[in-house]
Design a protein around this ligand. Structure first.
Ligand code: UD1
Ligand code: UDP
Length: 369
């Protein structure tokens, strides 16, 4: 189902730019809420992620409309990928003249779309604005800061994000605390995450730890991957490990022999419904994913984040998340699996109530109306 008027009709549609796996999960409730209001929309897929398991499966699982266009940009170095994204998006925006461009999260597609739209004088709305790890070695941190500076509307998922935007001089008039659309998607699909059915289908053990790692700092350096593989093999002595492997780290983990341990089960990337079912059924999760830190917070599953920092501290203060290093992973996992750790430290983060898409749609239609 396409959502647009014919290309070149000079319409004033709201264009949603999505490109990578987490974008799809965040955009789904916003697109649905705008659709319910009869808004004229266009879904622009940049093609940053393109494997069926990294892209199309999310459109099927989430009932997202088939993108009106797929720019087919694909992979590349930061500069070449961002350049290709910008060229493709400029052509798309010039041809279809959107009245507003909505961007999601912190991937290269996000910052490329914000740059192109801003230079064409098209208003930009950023969903998930204001998150900061204060770690400029993460490409996402650069993408976040630039995108927020270029945005006319900043939709924040947490109070600390609002504070970061204020500290960087973003006018409070642009900032709306709306909660977390990724959690809308989670709550809206709760009765579809069937951990038992997944366990039976994939012949998973009764008790397992789900793992997912894809940050460059963890998976790009082969020596680091070899060390992480040793740690994960040690972890597998405590509980079976089930890891859907992101394509970024696949070759390195294969070379390091991660799957050689009898209690480590490597899988292809899972679709959204299967992945959250895997998470829901897990005794704990080991991850470096941003989205997974948030989803485990709501599912109440202990989350060990293998990173020195997080741009989502609300998942620690209000959720089940804790930061771990390679050195303390095993001791912490041992305690968590023994139930010796108080999991939930606070209430659910404010406004993570399943209604964020509706709040965003309300601001967008008021603003563009
Ligand atoms: C990107 C985002 C990251 C986000 C992640 C979500 C940037 C800078 N990074 O990282 O913030 O957390 O998506 O998953 O935008 N590949 C495939 N098939 C695909 C897509 C990628 O094989 O469908 C492989 C390619 O070898 C590619 C590599 O994965 O070079 C990395 O892809 P890319 O989109 O550049 O970055 P991610 O690591 O996926
Ligand atoms: N996810 C998925 N299949 C997987 C791994 C993750 O569907 O094999 C989902 C996960 O539930 C969350 C999103 O993808 O909704 C997070 O994406 P990712 O970890 O790739 O990116 P990040 O959030 O770190 O930017």
């Amino acid at each position: 189902m396409a959502t647009s008027a014919p290309p070149g009709s000079q319409d004033t549609a709201i264009a949603h730019v999505v490109g990578a796996r987490p974008n799809f999960v965040k955009a789904a409730p916003v697109v649905a809420a705008l659709r319910a209001r009869g808004a004229h929309q266009r879904v622009v897929h940049t093609g940053q992620h393109y494997d069926d398991r990294m892209s199309a499966v999310f459109f099927r699982d989430l009932g997202l409309p088939t993108p009106d266009v797929d720019l087919g940009v694909g992979s590349g170095s930061h500069a070449s990928q961002t350049a290709d994204l910008m060229v493709g998006l400029e052509r798309e925006f010039v041809e279809n003249q959107p009245g507003m461009v909505v961007v999601y999260g912190d991937v290269n597609s996000t910052v490329a779309a914000a740059l192109v739209a801003a230079k064409l004088g098209i208003p930009v709305a950023h969903v998930e604005a204001g998150l900061r790890s204060f770690d400029d070695t993460m490409p996402e941190e650069i993408n976040r800061r630039v995108t927020d500076q270029l945005s006319d509307l900043c939709f924040a998922t947490s109070p600390e994000a609002v504070g970061h935007l204020a500290a960087e001089g973003v006018s409070t008039a642009k900032v709306h605390l709306v909660g977390n659309p990724m959690i809308d998607t989670l709550l809206g699909n709760l009765d579809r995450f069937d951990a038992e059915a997944l366990r039976a289908r994939l012949a998973l053990p009764e008790r397992y730890v789900a793992a997912t790692l894809h940050r460059p700092a963890n998976v790009d350096d082969p020596d680091n991957v070899a060390r992480l593989t040793e740690r994960l093999h040690e972890a597998a002595e405590l509980a079976d490990i089930v890891m859907p492997v992101h394509p970024r780290g696949k070759a390195a983990f294969d070379r390091a022999g991660l799957g050689d341990h009898p209690r480590v089960r490597l899988l292809e990337p899972l679709g959204y419904l299967d992945f959250v079912a895997l998470t829901r059924g897990a005794a704990a999760v080991v991850t470096d994913s941003g989205g997974v830190q948030e989803e485990t917070t709501i599912l109440g599953v202990p989350c060990l984040t293998l990173r020195p920092n997080t741009e989502r501290p609300v998942t620690i203060t209000h959720g089940t998340n804790r930061l771990v290093t390679e050195d303390d992973l095993i001791a912490t996992l041992d305690k968590v699996l023994d139930g010796h750790v108080d999991e939930r430290l606070g209430d659910t983060p404010p406004l993570w109530d399943g209604r964020s898409g509706e709040r965003i749609a309300s601001v967008l239609t008021r603003w563009s109306g």
